[in-house]
Design a protein around this ligand. Structure first.
Ligand code: ADP
Length: 514
């Protein structure tokens, strides 16, 4: 095992990693931006190094500053957390060149899986079912249109380098395709520095179900069951639960088996997540791989009793996996709610400010991962995630009751600060959600009920402009568009809005490897 590692991240995940390290007797180096000098991880880590100004590209995305901090402190490995440099193959290579272990998959595997179009082709080779669409990126608008016409509408145009719910455009009718295609490509170039796109069938009533896998560097892997992450706004998750409810054991096993097959085929090492869409008939298709620890990893920890960060550290240190598939037992149900500093009444716009009150819930089988405290300043620079409330219970009804109780207890307030808590409580009370019968359209359906459209529209999530995902290193920007704009024009999901957050031509491409 390592003696000392550097944590190249901030917020709750930096704390989460620091805790795992202390439990294993590994010393930690926290790095922080000027904006985070009062953060909890700076106090709790063994050492802390300031790496630059608040802007992500000058601090948490600044590979040179991070490597220099590791060199100065004698750290042997770098844990990248999620977001920032966690899926940047160049950064993983830079670590290796500087004698540092990158805690994650090998750079070439990250490159292959981080490019969504390449991942699609690779997983087809591993016999994973894909949504109908182009196997590789499509070139001219005419060729792309031919693909779309062949698979039938609605289709979704996806940026090969997209991520974080951004870089996707839903097209409902053939006549909208051409302009949507051009807009998506030029926005992708501006935001991701890569204009390659591919086309997929848009599955309007699907569920997002993902499988956690764990693979060592010796060719062994296990899966740790499923999570349902269909409660999303702007294609970003709000509530996750595991195991995915309402699916037959056969489907759950088939999903898990497909994910593990894909991971071994790709030569994956470390913790990773294979994401799928599942339709009403329980047919499923692969959408992408996340090559990192995920925000929602505690759900899996609660139902398996396995500490995923401990496992990451062991695997990166070269220790063979100590688990066999038959050792993995899924027990009970876990649910996670993401408490973000966002205003659900204003399209989930970031609502930063200083926390006057911050008292997270406690109680049995209730875990809160947070970096917040009374007096903490939720700044404009980073992700709006403030806390993750995770509960476990023997069955789903009890888990939901426990989550309602926990959110009821959560006391958080401050001038200007709004949180997702009231909206999360509404979801927990939604009849479809309570029955475990819901799809990725749930949040849009709820918002449509609260704010009936002026004219009938069957265009759900795809038409909602996205606010930036600051956690991916993108500075927050003011929210655009009221309810009318949210329901309005046909296509660009995410990309247009992010463009406003990140000026074209900035070197800070959110995920260069994706
Ligand atoms: P990202 O890498 O940006 O997170 P994903 O490919 O994981 O993008 O997709 C994020 C979400 O977008 C999915 O959970 C789902 O809600 C929606 N989505 C993606 N592809 C499709 C599709 N083909 N049909 C319907 N919804 C989709």
């Amino acid at each position: 095992m390592f003696e000392k590692i550097l944590i190249a991240n901030r917020g709750e995940i930096a704390l989460r990693v620091a805790r795992a390290c202390r439990e294993l007797g590994v010393r930690t180096v926290a790095v922080y931006s000027v904006a985070d000098r009062d953060s909890a991880v700076v106090r709790l880590a063994d050492e802390a190094v300031c790496i630059g100004p608040p802007e992500g590209r000058q601090s948490y995305r600044n590979a040179a500053a991070i490597v220099e901090a590791a060199r100065r402190t004698g750290a042997e490995a770098v844990h990248p957390g999620y977001g920032f440099l966690s899926e940047d193959a160049d950064f993983a290579e830079i670590c290796a060149e500087n004698g540092l272990v990158f805690i994650g998959p090998r750079p070439e595997v990250m490159l292959a899986l981080g490019d969504k179009a390449r991942a699609r082709a690779l997983m087809r080779d591993a016999d994973l079912p894909l949504p109908p669409g182009s196997l590789a990126t499509v070139g001219t608008a005419a060729r792309a249109r031919a693909v779309a016409d062949e698979i039938g509408y609605p289709v979704i145009i996806k940026c090969a380098a997209g991520g974080g719910g951004r870089g996707m455009t839903v097209v409902w009718r053939a006549e909208e395709f051409g302009p949507a295609y051009d807009r998506t490509r030029s926005a992708a170039q501006a935001v991701f520095g890569d204009d390659r796109v591919y086309v997929e069938r848009y599955l309007a009533h699907a569920r997002h179900v993902e499988v956690q896998v764990l693979c060592d560097g010796h060719g062994h892997g296990v899966h740790l069951g499923t999570r349902d992450c269909s409660v999303q706004r702007r294609h970003q998750k709000l509530i996750e639960e595991g195991p995915a409810p309402g699916l037959s054991t056969g489907t759950l096993d088939a999903l898990a088996g497909a994910a593990l097959r894909g991971a071994l085929h790709a030569g994956y090492t470390g913790v990773g997540t294979f994401e799928f869409l599942v339709d009403e008939a329980e047919g499923f298709s692969f959408i992408e791989v996340n090559c990192r620890i995920q925000v929602e990893h505690p759900v899996t920890e609660m139902i398996t009793g396995i500490d995923l960060v401990h496992e990451q550290l062991h695997i990166a240190a070269g220790v063979p996996l100590r688990l066999r598939q038959e050792d993995v037992r899924i027990s009970g149900v876990a649910v996670e709610c993401r408490v973000n500093a966002e205003d659900p009444d204003r399209g989930f716009a970031p609502a930063p400010g200083r926390l006057a009150r911050f008292a997270p819930p406690g109680g049995p089988f209730t875990r809160v991962d947070t970096h917040g405290y009374p007096g903490y300043l939720v700044g404009p620079y980073y992700d709006s995630l403030l806390a993750k409330v995770v509960v476990w219970a023997p069955d789903r009804d009890l888990a939901l009751g426990r989550m309602r109780r926990a959110l009821h207890e959560f006391d958080v307030d401050g001038p200007g600060v709004r949180t997702t808590i009231p909206f999360l409580r509404r979801v927990l009370d939604d009849a479809g959600f309570r029955r475990g019968r819901y799809s990725t359209g749930l949040v849009d359906r709820m918002l449509a009920v609260a704010d009936p459209p002026a004219e009938p529209s069957r265009r759900p999530s795809a038409v909602r402009p996205a606010a930036p995902v600051a956690g991916k290193g993108v500075p927050a920007a003011p929210r655009q568009g009221g309810p009318a704009a949210r329901r309005g024009g046909p296509v660009v999901e995410g990309v247009a809005a992010v463009r406003r957050g990140v000026p074209p031509g900035t070197a800070n491409h959110p995920r260069r490897t994706r």
